[in-house]
Design a protein around this ligand. Structure first.
Ligand SMILES: [Zn+2]
Length: 125
């Protein structure tokens, strides 16, 4: 077994350790769109050690968007409310997906949100 494998496994164990708290926080709904389809833990900062703040419980659709799949324009609206969360994995994570689309309402919504100013500036430049 390589070191990478063990590190990866340890990380997965760490992440799963948060499962219960995440489920509670999320109310067993997707933390971006409130869907209930195939909820799994998504890691906003895969290079840092996992924390409750950097993990989100996401449905299959939203995990796909997080990984770069394109949402339809009307689908984008379903994650708009996530911007108001005080958990970075929820608000910043969703903002990063939204910011890929140059819809005028997206810009406004990100501007109005409470996400970290540095992240905001990066997304709106
Ligand atoms: Zn979702």
């Amino acid at each position: 077994m390589s070191k990478g494998y063990n590190a990866n496994k340890e990380r997965l164990n760490d992440m799963n350790g948060f499962g219960k708290s995440l489920g509670k926080r999320a109310g067993f709904k997707c933390e971006w769109c409130e869907g209930k389809d195939a909820l799994r833990i998504w890691d906003y900062k895969p290079d840092a050690s996992p924390e409750l703040e950097t993990l989100a419980l996401l449905c299959q659709n939203c995990r796909g968007w997080a990984e770069g799949r394109k949402p339809g324009t009307d689908e984008l609206h379903s994650i708009r409310n996530a911007l108001w969360s005080d958990v970075p994995a929820i608000s910043e994570g969703a903002a990063r997906v939204l910011a890929r689309y140059k819809e005028p309402w997206v810009r406004d919504a990100i501007e109005e949100s409470f996400i970290d100013e540095k992240v905001k500036a990066e997304l709106l430049k």
